[in-house]
Design a protein around this ligand. Structure first.
Ligand code: ADP
Ligand code: MG
Length: 593
């Protein structure tokens, strides 16, 4: 027998295992979800690669996942017929942190100040293979890659800094392809080896895995057997029993063990929307994207015509942690399938523009070739059409939130994704018509509740032609600006743009429903009240003082003018029509500092 070789874990792995075991303690059962998701990933990888390398499937076994339990010995075995691992891959994948879920988890742990770790935080991350040690004393991974002619066994123990790898030599344990993970449960966790317990967990965690998951279950069927009649009974009947021996039948239960399909394998997006409940959609969302909060909205649709695809899209209820989601839109938020085969979740603006990168969902198309590379995908006309349709649907979904009876929902949306919508105005001129109605602002007539542009327009005076706005750093300073005086007097509503990006967005938008946006701090503000006589009179009275002020201020101002736009304040500083507004100037200064 070839000897087993001993390896040390990369230092971070040891630390990670420690953290996982100590911080996830109350939620141990996640180990099953993680191992099933690895099995499912391995099957996905095999199916994907086999499109271009059909020889990978030469060992004809079904693509599935099987979970067996041995409750007497406290053993759980999870088997898949996926891509498996070569010896090198075993070292790379199970001894080093190079992998997605685990690396992400470690990063989040580093970021969270105390190592106590909020359990909600954990809910958002795949904690990976090492979660097996939450419940196991010892873990054995026996695996056969189609790229290798040998099968290898990885073995590790809880609280150990090393693991071993050896070749599988026991013929009884050889598998055609894939991976068998055997968990030798800790004394207190042997309950996980009960078949009903495992079945329940699989139903709970993995009903949306797209490969069949079988669990090993005890079954029974009833059958009728003939038994001798009880003689005491016949006596009671008062009949003499002579020598005729009467026969009677009895129902007994015959027990046996067999594989039982435990999950629903029809992907939810292929089902008829009429038969899927909101709860199903939300469940699918939480399980697919490792989310712990329900989404704000979802939409399930099929498109036909030029390109056919099915999709379910979601609006999350909170923005991802950190602000980097806009700058770095590689969010893995959209999972693309071709004919039910998972292709990629690595998109960067290909299916949604960056400002909509917070939308999550699945897209399944029959029209894309299976063996596509990402580069080809990006160039493809089909992708471009899909993008257009998806964006339209995403807007419909967001609009649905805005129209909803429940006002809180849109408030939540706006609080979390308002910035994205404003960025959309800067980035996506073609969709201004869809984006503009989603904007919300405070105004001189609504300082506490933000209003939409539609509401503004409805509220306009009959002779009013423009949409007035003032940019400021807060509602409070907007309310106190002298520019507002005349408009308040005339009962004209003024939008308060208090987010730095608001002003830029509005300037990009230029107009809404044929109404121009007008900055009330600009010099040419015309409220349509010219009184030439009065102006002449004023000029005579104040002309000289204007000249005097201009002389004193010199280069500091472009001009000093008499104006009818003030009511109470004696003077106001305005900016030139084509110059920066005071707010913009403040912003630019802040940026260059
Ligand atoms: P992640 O799944 O996020 O990559 P894990 O810690 O769960 O991180 O798994 C680490 C890696 O080990 C996987 O990326 C995969 O390469 C490998 N692996 C784990 N389980 C299996 C399996 N059942 N079959 C093949 N490879 C596996
Ligand atoms: Mg994993």
């Amino acid at each position: 027998n070839p000897p087993s070789e001993k390896y040390e874990y990369q230092a971070e792995v040891s630390r990670l295992m420690d953290l996982i075991v100590n911080s996830l303690y109350s939620n141990k059962e996640v180990f099953l979800r993680e191992l099933i998701s690895n099995a499912s990933d391995a099957l996905d990888k095999l199916r994907f690669l086999s499109v271009t390398e059909p020889e990978l499937l030469r060992n004809a076994v079904d693509l599935d996942i099987r979970i067996q339990t041995d409750k007497d010995n406290g053993i759980v075995t999870i088997m898949d017929t996926g891509i498996g691992m070569t010896r090198e891959e075993l070292v790379d994948c199970l001894g080093t942190i190079a992998q997605s879920g685990t690396a992400k988890f470690l990063k989040a742990l580093k970021e969270s100040k105390d190592a106590g770790v909020d359990s909600n935080l954990i809910g958002q991350f795949g904690v990976g293979f090492y979660s097996a040690f939450l419940v196991s004393e010892r873990v054995e991974v026996s695996t056969k890659s189609p790229k290798s002619d040998k099968q290898y066994v990885w073995e590790g123990e809880a609280n150990s800094s090393s693991y071993t790898i050896r070749e599988e030599t026991d013929h009884a344990k050889l598998i055609p392809r894939g991976t068998r993970v055997t968990l030798y449960l800790k004394r207190d966790d042997k309950g996980f080896a009960h078949p009903e317990r495992i079945q329940k967990l699989v139903k709970n965690y993995s009903q949306f895995v797209s490969f069949p998951i079988y669990t090993w279950q005890e079954k029974g069927y009833t059958k009728e057997v003939e038994v001798d009649e009880d003689p005491s009974e016949s006596k009671k009947d008062g009949q003499d029993d002579k020598d005729v021996k009467k026969k009677k039948t009895k129902t007994v239960v015959e027990r046996y063990w067999d594989w039982e399909l435990t999950n629903e394998t029809q992907p939810i997006w292929l089902r008829n929307p009429k038969e899927v409940t909101t709860e199903d959609y939300n469940d699918f969302y939480k399980k697919t994207f490792n989310e712990y909060l329900e989404p704000l909205a979802s939409t399930h649709f099929t498109t036909e015509g030029e390109v056919e695809f099915r999709s379910i899209l979601y609006v999350p209820s909170i923005a991802p942690m950190g602000k980097d989601d806009i700058i770095n839109p590689k969010t893995k938020n959209i999972r693309l399938y071709v004919k039910r085969v998972f292709i990629s979740d690595d998109f960067d603006g290909d299916l949604f523009p960056r400002y909509l990168s917070f939308i999550k969902g699945v897209v399944d198309s029959n029209d894309l070739p299976l063996n596509v590379s990402r580069e080809i995908l990006q160039e493809s006309r089909i992708m471009r059409i899909m993008k257009k349709r998806l964006v339209r649907k995403a807007f419909e979904m967001i609009n649905g939130i805005a129209m909803s009876e429940n006002k809180d929902d849109y408030d939540k949306f706006w609080e979390n994704f308002g910035k994205h919508i404003k960025l959309g105005i800067l980035d996506d001129k073609d969709n201004h018509k869809r984006l503009a109605p989603l904007l919300r602002f405070f105004s001189s007539q609504s300082e506490d509740v933000s209003i939409s542009l539609d509401e503004y327009v409805e509220n306009m005076k009959s002779e009013q032609k423009n949409i007035y706005y003032i940019a400021a750093d807060s509602v409070n300073s907007a309310r106190n600006t002298p520019f507002l005086e005349k408009l308040l007097e005339k009962d004209l509503e003024v939008l308060f743009l208090v987010d730095p990006i608001d002003e830029v967005a509005i300037q990009n938008l230029k107009e809404f429903k044929d109404k121009q946006f007008v900055d009330i701090s600009k010099e040419d503000l015309d409220l349509g009240e010219k009184d030439e006589d009065k102006e002449k009179e004023m000029k005579q009275e104040f002309g000289q003082i204007c000249d005097w002020i201009k002389k004193r201020l010199g280069e500091k101002v472009a001009g000093v003018q008499i104006s009818n736009r003030l009511n109470v304040s004696p003077c106001v500083l305005v900016s030139a029509k084509f110059g920066w507004s005071a707010n913009m100037e403040r912003l630019m200064k802040a940026q260059t500092m």
